[in-house]
Design a protein around this ligand. Structure first.
Ligand code: FES
Ligand code: FES
Length: 172
């Protein structure tokens, strides 16, 4: 057993005594009651279970929580899908997915929200040439599997969001 603490959605959580082999998705779902992070394939393929992790230098990365132990997140700053809306208002990425009818059952959506947001945060620090936006969206979302909606609307939503924010792109 390990005594586990971390920051989730801006709040310190723990210490919780957890088994050393407890998957992070189970810690989020069962210990913290954050059920927006979904267990789907369970073998690291579909990326439905992805959360965001803030690195010490402020960059945002994503991690799969079905194949990673909760203890491997000790001390980390984690954001789940529950941490995106502020004061009842959806984030820009969430709203873009809604506006584009990007999802149906929604099982994959929290992963797409975290991946899309991590990509936007990356572009805030390093804007991409307009000609590269298509490839950038594909590299940001390409690992995520959706069995309902056929991807096109997720990709279009993120593409639009990037192209309508002049701080995220540069000429070229
Ligand atoms: S549930 Fe984690 S990658 Fe599929
Ligand atoms: S909306 Fe159902 S799996 Fe993506």
């Amino acid at each position: 057993m390990t005594k586990l603490t971390m920051t989730v959605n801006g709040k310190d959580v723990g210490p919780h005594e957890v088994p050393d082999d407890l998957p992070m998705v189970d810690y989020l779902n069962d210990t913290l009651g954050l059920t927006g992070t979904k267990f789907s394939c369970g073998i690291g393929v579909c990326h439905a279970c992805v959360v965001m992790v803030e690195q010490p230098d402020g960059t945002i990365t994503t991690r799969r929580t079905c194949i990673a132990g909760a203890t491997s997140f000790a001390g980390a700053k984690v954001t789940t899908v529950e941490g995106h809306a502020k004061d009842g208002k959806l984030s820009d990425v969430q709203q873009a997915y809604v506006d584009h009818f990007a999802f149906q059952c929604g099982y994959c959506t929290s992963g797409f929200v975290n991946a899309g947001t991590a990509l936007i945060e990356r572009l805030r620090k390093a804007p991409v040439a307009k000609s590269q936006v298509e490839d950038t969206v594909h590299s940001g979302l390409g690992d995520h599997i959706c069995r309902c909606s056929g991807y096109v609307r997720y990709y279009e939503a993120l593409r639009r969001l990037i192209l309508t924010d002049p701080t995220l792109t540069k000429e070229g």
